[in-house]
Design a protein around this ligand. Structure first.
Ligand code: C5J
Length: 223
């Protein structure tokens, strides 16, 4: 299968060797009243990508491709949260503190759940990651290798933090990654634009980007 409109050049993949990875589409980053909003961010920017992401997920499920969902999540005792991560800066709420939707970035809390619109279904991988990147301390690389995955399609939030870090980690592990441009967002539009440029610079130095419509068209043409 081929996405002709991908940047900086066409992207080729086979569904059986490719996973759709949705990064951290969890309530605390996306819903009003969550952690993201308490940090002073406009979460409506992130909410806006939900319809396109839902459409991409539905098409990918229909094609029979593997889906991976990640959550930025720490253990309740915070043993996997380095003090450097917890203590940096001067936020009103820190990781592990009680927030509007339970303890901030702690596994199992209401705010840590993936939003209803993109809820995982049976057979999909759900990875709790204590880092920004999806391979750090998760065992995900081995799970993907066992399934013969060589290509990764990315969506999720935020573009310049957990999405970009995960794409770079994937690139170093030998995966060909493509970021769906309208299925990712940042609280800072300029950071999103810069990240898309960085990924596809210098002949796809980190990977590719493409609008989700181009993926849907490729999947449609194949049926
Ligand atoms: C993610 C963050 N998911 N911005 N986390 O990007 O802290």
């Amino acid at each position: 299968m081929r996405i002709e409109q991908a940047n900086p050049f066409a992207y080729e993949f086979e569904v059986q060797n490719t996973a759709l990875v949705l990064i951290d589409m969890q309530r605390d980053f996306i819903e009003p009243g969550g952690f993201g909003e308490t940090l002073g961010n406009d979460v409506s920017l992130l909410e806006a990508i939900v319809p396109a992401t839902q459409a991409a997920l539905a098409a990918w499920r229909k094609a029979g491709g593997l889906v991976v969902h990640t959550r930025e999540a720490h253990k309740a005792d915070l043993s996997d949260c380095p003090p450097a991560k917890r203590n940096r800066g001067n936020p009103s709420l820190r990781i592990g503190d009680e927030g509007p939707m339970g303890r901030i970035l702690v596994a199992g809390e209401p705010g840590n759940q993936i939003i209803d619109a993109l809820a995982p279904v049976d057979g999909e991988l759900v990875i709790d990651k204590p880092g920004k990147g999806m391979f750090h301390a998760t065992g995900l690389h081995e799970l993907l290798q066992q399934r013969g995955i060589t290509h990764l399609l990315f969506g999720g939030v935020t573009t310049e933090v957990c999405v970009q870090t995960s794409m770079r980690e994937a690139n170093d592990r030998g995966y060909d990654g493509l970021l769906l441009e309208d299925c990712t967002e940042s609280y800072f539009p300029a950071f999103k634009a810069a990240t898309l440029d960085m990924i596809r610079a210098q002949g796809a130095i980190v990977g590719w980007t493409a609008p989700s419509a181009a993926l849907l068209a490729a999947l449609n043409n194949a049926t």
